[in-house]
Design a protein. Structure first.
Length: 93
């Protein structure tokens, strides 16, 4: 969705993610602490390699199932609106 932001400042170290089939705050509890991967292709010297930026879902954002995730390095601006993969580990069950 984008970065965490206020009226005048945006915080690129925290991304807002909308998860599929998560529509309220109670459903977010299952995903807290799960790993998130943003996968993109890097183009260097003619070869195509896939690269990953790892992150973790930290907390809920609002009441509609949106979450805040912190990534090891800030997500690039081209990642806004793109898909990320949610890994179902570490398990809390």
């Amino acid at each position: 969705m984008g970065y965490k932001r206020g009226l005048r400042n945006q915080y690129a170290h925290t991304a807002l993610l909308k998860l599929e089939n998560v529509n309220d705050r109670k459903d977010v509890d299952f995903y807290l602490g799960k790993r998130v991967a943003y996968i993109y292709s890097g183009k260097k010297s003619g070869e195509k390699k896939h690269r990953v930026i790892w992150g973790k879902i930290m907390r809920a954002h609002g009441n509609s199932g949106t979450v805040r995730a912190k990534f090891r390095t800030n997500l690039p601006p081209k990642a806004i609106g793109q898909k990320v993969r949610v890994m179902l580990y570490p398990s809390t069950i």
